[in-house]
Each structure stands twice: as C-alpha cells, then as structure tokens.
Ligand binder design. Structure first.
Ligand code: PBG
Length: 327
C-alpha cells in the first residue's frame, strides 16, 4: 500500500461531492432580519453607520417585511427609533408607539410573519440606558426596571407580537415578563431572551442607527464581561428557569465558543446575533477592496451555524437569500 491510503481530498474534488458531504447549511428559515422603524410616511433612508441598511417608516417597513417573507425569511426583529425620550421610557409602552404600529402594520400585510420586537428601554430613555436610573443617576435600577419591561412587553403582545426579545440584561426580567404576559392572557407569546449578552464594543454602529448613542458611561454594570464563559451558562440557565423559549448569545463572531457551550448544555433553540459591528466591518472591508463580501458573508453565517446556533439574527439576511450567497 502506498502512502497515503486515506485521501480526504477525494470528497472535495467536485462541487457535487462537496455538496453531498457538507455538514452545515444555512437555510432562509434560520435567519431573522433586523429592522429600524422611524416615524413618518414613505421613508426608506440609508443608515450611515450600517451601509446597505435603512430606516423605514411603518408603511415602508410593512412592504419590506412582505418582500423578505416571500424570500423565505420567517421572522423580523424590530427596533424603534424616536425623538420622544423621557426618564420613564413612556414612548415604549405607548399603544400608538412606533413599535406597536410597526407590529400591527406588518401583521396586517403578512399575518404569517413572525414579528419579534426587541424589548429594551435604551431607545426611549433620555439617559440612553436600558432601564430606569437609580436616585443618584449613576446606574440602572434593576427591580423598578422589571415593572417597566413587563409593561412594554404586554403592550407589544397586545399589538400582535409573536415573540418578545428582552435585550436589557436586568436580573429577573424573563420571569417578570413571563408572568405579566400570562396575567394579561398572552400565554402563547414566546420569549427569546438575550441570555448571554456581552458588554461588547461591536454594538457601536447600532447605537447610531437606533438613536441610543448619547448615553453616558458604559453598560458594564448589566451586560456581561467578555472575559467570562461560565457566567454565560448561569445567565442562560436562569433565563430558562424563568421561562425563556429561545436563548440568545450576543455578539456572534466573538462568541462562537459561547454558542457552542450553550448548544451543548441546553436543549432549547439557540439564537446568535451577528451584530452591527460585525456587519459594518465586512461592509467597510469590502468597500476598501480588502475582501469579497459575498463569500465572507456566507462563511460568517456558516461559521455561526456550525458553532451551534439554530437561528441567526443578521442584517445580511435579505441580501444573503436574495443574492444567493448561501446556495
Ligand atoms: C438594546 C440593544 C442593543 C443591540 C440590540 N439591542 C444595543 C446595546 O445593548 O447597546 C445591539 C445590536 C447590534 O449591535 O446590532 N439594548
């Protein structure tokens, strides 16, 4: 026998063979597209910090959502952008608020679309923080914030949300939201918790897009330290105990190891958030001629799935399906 007897290259020889033995594939139904809704009518305005992404008024967003649903993407994650900010984040639970109207408009046009409002106070507080501040204004006050989050969640459920996605990282919020939803008759509305959400520097472009960039200080007192992995398992475990239906790891690319750990430790669906900084880096590198976008996007999404994510929240969702990057 001549060496080598085993030749792994045999199955890499043609596209057909490679397709047959491919272990990981990204399907349209694995993707959740993120959108930013703004007030007004007929608006589709480029977002500076996220080249290729847009601020949509509710009417245009409903059209956009129908188009992505037709492409096979089953779900959208929604963020509201508003100038109406105060200490109580009251615009977030206004029955006529931007997210409530966006949910209704999308559902009216595309009832099958899974609509997932991101639940957080940071787009609605004048501090730009994710909850109510303590009396000295130096930190987010956990327990009073739970009541606020629960109130916003019920308001989104009333507007027709299928899944609520709390991204605030307060302790006990999943339980508080679950019992408020159940008390108000929304026991069929699911919770996708941002369970292991890190205090990451990769959210920069989002904060400009969401208009939450003016906040002072950091989110390090509530979001996780990127140095920690065991703590992520504790966060996820608590959210599951409190009633989460889907658990999320965020950001995705700097946390592929965390996605894998969570996948192996828990049987729930795991989502990963390919965040704004991950998106913008690829876009800018592409524009600079450093990399080719489509194969990098394909490799990125495949890597997140291979790490163990069932679902990927990504601003690339529409483009990846429409342009056929994943075939
Ligand atoms: C709100 C929220 C943020 C993101 C999702 N929900 C920003 C933050 O926590 O500062 C980031 C998403 C992205 O970067 O694409 N708390």
């Amino acid at each position: 026998m001549t060496f080598p007897a085993t030749r792994l290259r045999r199955l890499r020889r043609t596209q057909g063979l490679r397709r047959m033995v491919r272990e990981t594939s990204v399907r349209p139904e694995d993707l959740i597209m993120g959108y930013f809704a703004v007030a007004g009518k007929g608006i589709k305005r480029p977002i500076q910090s996220l080249p290729g992404q847009f601020h949509f008024s509710v009417d245009r967003l409903a059209r956009e959502a129908k188009e992505v649903y037709k492409l096979g993407i089953p779900a959208v994650l929604l963020f509201g952008v508003t100038q109406k900010k105060d200490a109580e984040a009251s615009e977030a639970w206004n029955p006529d608020g931007i997210i409530q109207r966006a949910i209704q408009a999308i559902k009216a046009k595309t009832p099958e679309m899974v609509v997932i409002p991101d639940l957080c106070a940071c787009e609605y507080t004048d501090s730009g923080h994710c909850g109510l501040l303590t009396a000295d204004g130096r930190d987010v006050d956990n327990d009073p914030t739970l009541e606020l989050l629960a109130r916003i969640a019920v308001s989104y459920a009333r507007a027709g949300a299928d899944i609520i996605a709390p991204s605030d990282m307060m302790d006990g919020r999943v339980g508080a939201i679950r019992s408020a939803l159940d008390d108000e008759g929304f026991n069929q509305v699911a919770i996708m918790s941002y369970a292991a959400k890190y205090a990451s520097a990769f959210y920069g472009p989002f904060r400009e897009a969401a208009g939450s960039g003016q906040f002072q200080g950091t989110r390090q007192s509530y979001q996780m330290d990127p140095a920690n992995a065991r703590e992520a398992l504790r966060e996820v475990e608590l959210d599951i105990e409190e009633g989460a239906d889907i658990v999320m790891v965020k950001p995705a690319l700097p946390c592929l190891d965390i996605i894998r750990l969570v996948r192996e430790a828990f049987p729930l669906p795991v989502a990963a958030y390919n965040v704004s900084g991950e998106y913008a880096m690829i876009r800018h590198a592409e524009k600079a001629g450093a990399i080719a976008g489509p194969p990098v996007i394909r490799e990125t999404l495949t890597a997140i799935k291979r790490a163990g994510a069932d679902l990927i929240i990504t601003y690339f969702a529409r483009e990846a399906i429409e342009q056929g990057y994943l075939d």
